[in-house]
Design a binder for this molecule. Structure first.
Ligand code: GLP
Length: 260
């Protein structure tokens, strides 16, 4: 795992945007896996800035989002579809026919999940998967104790996640209990994962993910088995890490060709 610690979330967002932009500029048909939540918002703003100053085009990008609430149509303001359009895609030159999110409103969810996996496969796989992390260590909406072998499927949220995500809804009761999410195995097939986390409330999950045992109790710990993971943290999210000084040492002493 490559662990990059920055003083502020803003600095982390800039770094994240540079990593995404490098992938876009070095691929003919870049395939991006994208995430929602509060964390990637700053990075999306940085990418939009790059686009508006003519440094970056999303014209050739194909995107796949991690997850979506079940039962919310795309036009619902709480859906991740709505989030992605209003916070990112609407401000870029991406061709919306290349934008994909799991369909939480499909009549045949089984068929729709199968098709989603096939679309990712047919696009040649995901070049860079952007991830956040839940306070309980979830990635996508893969909650603790779920299978490491899981594929895109309907999952039930934990009470912790419903509580965490209720801030985006008027009442906790409005948070859908079911979601459609890429599975852990789907995420693990991405060629490169970029996980961003900020704030002290993520510190425990971050410690378990990076330094804890590999365990379905912390789904993100599976990333220890991925060949190419970049983790961008602010100081607060990294404060429980035992080997924090070592990670800073490693970054400082990297060879030029190992740096972004
Ligand atoms: C949600 C999303 C995850 C995201 C997580 C963290 O549950 N499904 O993909 O990583 O929340 O969100 P935040 O960045 O708001 O803390």
């Amino acid at each position: 795992m490559e662990i990059l610690i920055r003083n502020t979330p803003e600095a982390g967002a800039k770094l994240g945007a540079n990593i995404v932009s490098k992938i876009i500029q070095t691929r003919d048909k870049p395939v991006l896996g994208l995430a929602t939540g509060a964390t990637p918002l700053r990075m999306y703003k940085e990418l939009i800035k790059m686009h508006q100053s003519n440094q970056l085009s999303f014209r050739d990008c194909i995107t796949f989002n991690l997850d979506e609430y079940k039962g919310l149509p795309p036009e619902n303001k709480h859906s991740y579809h709505f989030y992605m359009m209003s916070n990112f895609f609407d401000h870029t030159d991406i061709d919306t026919k290349n934008v994909h999110l799991p369909n939480g409103f499909a009549n045949d969810l089984r068929e729709s999940c199968r098709k989603y996996e096939k679309l990712i496969h047919d696009a040649g796989g995901i070049d860079l998967q952007v991830l956040g992390i839940g306070t309980n260590g979830h990635i996508g909406f893969n909650e603790p104790t779920g299978s490491f072998a899981s594929r895109t499927w309907v999952k039930i949220l934990s009470k912790q996640t419903i509580k965490d995500n209720s801030t985006y809804f008027e009442t906790p009761e409005e948070v859908p209990q079911h979601v459609v999410t890429m599975g852990i195995a789907t995420i693990m097939e991405s060629k490169h994962c970029l996980l961003i986390a900020n704030g002290a409330k993520k510190a425990d999950a971050i410690r378990k993910m990076i330094e804890g045992p590999l365990s379905a109790s912390c789904p993100a710990s599976i990333l220890q088995m991925h060949p190419r993971v970049t983790i961008v943290l602010d100081e607060e999210a990294s404060y429980l890490l035992t080997f924090k000084d070592h990670y800073k040492w490693v970054e400082k002493n990297k060879l030029d060709w190992q740096l972004y």
